[in-house]
Design a protein around this ligand. Structure first.
Ligand code: XMP
Length: 478
């Protein structure tokens, strides 16, 4: 037995000391960061891989705002892959299967197709190769339905390769004053269509985090059992940008073997390992091949690991220790769990994390799975620990095992089921969290998150300091 004398701290034990600032507007401060060294984010927020938090709807909202969502693993391999595909398709600037018609048809048939599909432009093919395009404008005043398509279509075509980037597609549309850009492969076959309308839609979310093909980014959680390699394979085939190897005690042989196995079969994939709470654990996962480390044992809002197992490290100390251990390899840290307000995000980042992972705060939003409930005049949504008794029952049911009463009672839960206040759109929560983080940066006089980590100074406070830090001696009415 060994007792480490040092006191471990968490968010409520400290404050950031205000420092001289030359920041005129906190909104101008950059919150750009890295999830891994290859995946850049515009805001340092990741939605948790929990079944009450992240499926495609949440992941789409997160990526549009500049963060990322990790699709949970408590659904079948196929269902998880479908969720990933939904995210990937949500904002693609390429229509993968554009509406087309053979040139041998007449205008009448084409008008019918336009009506059925509501397509703004139809690609015209001859022997399956692109020979023309007909837009709504081309047929507006054409009354002779027997006219062959060859006499209606635009024959002078601007096309591009299916690998074109969003920027280059934008440039081509602009330079040629066109609204549709067909993509053709080297044999002249149609491989997609870029439309001005789709590109304009994308600009609605200027901070959105995208892959090189202009699709929103998304992560997928996997477990460590043998069959989980199939999940990895399916998630990557569906387009996942990173894999989170998700177990409660990540400093373990099971986690390390899984990371190594994924690295061996998919050398280029971005792997996030965790959860750990110590410097040694962090180093072990980095050595195994992880590109980013998820830190947090027991800080989560729905966790009871520390009560049940007596194990864990208060989160601020865990972040500081793990960040120090990851420094030499520049491996990013994800502070996972325990975020209740924007000040916690500021403290987590200042302490050394590159991103924070959030569960229950996002479980209360429109984009999380599950219904809104009303209790005593207030609106709520459900949250629950992934190691709660209820989550375990549901998980088994999904796998076709109806647990007996005895099996249910034997399960030692490390999470609880809870209700969280309804919070509206995820975007509103993220705006508050990011705005608060930027305020924290401005109080420390810094312009970037990296500078924040170098310059931030923490002061420890007493219980009286904590009491003084919230509203007190007033009746809060709004
Ligand atoms: P917050 O505080 O954001 O935390 O709701 C989310 C994180 O909590 C972890 N998690 C659990 N931890 N038992 C635990 O000890 C559980 O049942 C459980 N479920 C989730 C997880 O790391 C998540 O991201």
């Amino acid at each position: 037995m060994k007792i480490i004398q040092e006191t471990a701290l968490t968010y409520d034990d400290v404050l950031l000391i205000p420092q001289y600032s030359d920041v005129d507007s906190r909104r101008m401060l950059s919150t750009e960061t890295r999830l891994t060294n290859q995946i850049k984010l515009q805001i340092p927020i990741v939605s948790a891989n929990m079944d009450v938090v992240t499926e495609s709807e949440m992941a789409i909202a997160m990526a549009r705002e500049g963060g990322i969502g990790i699709i949970h693993r408590f659904l079948s391999i196929d269902a998880q892959a479908r969720e990933i595909q939904r995210v990937k398709k949500a904002e693609s600037f390429i229509v993968e299967k554009p509406v087309s018609m053979d040139v041998a048809n007449t205008l009448g048939a084409l008008k019918k197709l336009v009506e059925e599909t509501n397509a703004g432009g139809i690609l015209i093919l001859e022997n399956e190769k692109l020979v023309g395009i007909i837009t709504r404008r081309d047929i507006l005043f054409e009354e002779n339905d027997n006219k062959p398509l060859r006499d209606v279509m635009q024959k002078k075509l601007i096309t591009a390769s299916p690998e074109i980037s969003l920027k280059d597609a934008e440039k081509l549309l602009h330079q040629n004053r066109i609204e549709k850009l067909p993509l053709v492969d080297k044999d002249g076959r149609v491989a997609g269509l870029v439309t001005l309308k789709d590109i304009m839609k994308i600009t609605q979310y200027p901070k959105a985090t995208k892959d090189e093909r202009g699709r929103l980014i998304v992560g997928a959680a996997v477990g460590v059992r043998d069959k989980e390699m199939r999940r990895v394979e399916a998630a990557l085939a569906a387009g996942a940008d990173c894999i989170v190897v998700d177990i409660a005690h990540g400093d373990s042989n099971l986690e390390i073997d899984m990371i190594k196995n994924i690295r061996k079969h998919f050398p280029k994939v971005q792997i996030i390992g965790g959860n750990v709470a110590t410097a040694d654990g962090t180093k072990r996962l980095i050595d195994a091949g992880a590109d980013s480390i998820k830190v947090g044992v027991g800080p989560g809002s729905i966790c009871i690991t520390r009560q049940v197992a007596g194990s864990g490290v208060p989160q601020l100390t865990a972040i500081i220790d793990c960040a120090k251990a990851a420094e030499s390899s520049k491996t990013p840290i994800i502070a996972d769990g325990g975020i209740r307000q924007s000040g916690d995000v500021a403290k987590a980042i200042a302490a050394g994390a590159q991103t924070v992972m959030i569960g229950s705060m996002l479980a209360g939003t429109d984009e999380s799975p599950g219904m809104i409930m009303t209790r005593r005049g207030h609106r709520y949504k459900a949250s629950r620990g992934m190691a709660s008794r209820e989550a375990n029952i549901d998980r088994n049911k999904r796998e076709g095992n109806d647990l007996t009463q005895e099996e249910i009672e034997e399960y030692v839960a490390e999470g609880v089921e809870a209700a969280v206040p309804y919070r509206g759109k995820a975007r509103e929560v993220l705006t508050q969290l990011v705005g608060g983080l930027q305020s924290g940066m401005s109080y420390s006089g810094v312009h970037t998150l990296e500078e924040f980590q170098q310059k931030a100074i923490f002061v420890r406070m007493t219980g009286a300091g904590l009491k003084e830090s919230g509203p007190h001696d007033v009746e809060v009415i709004g």
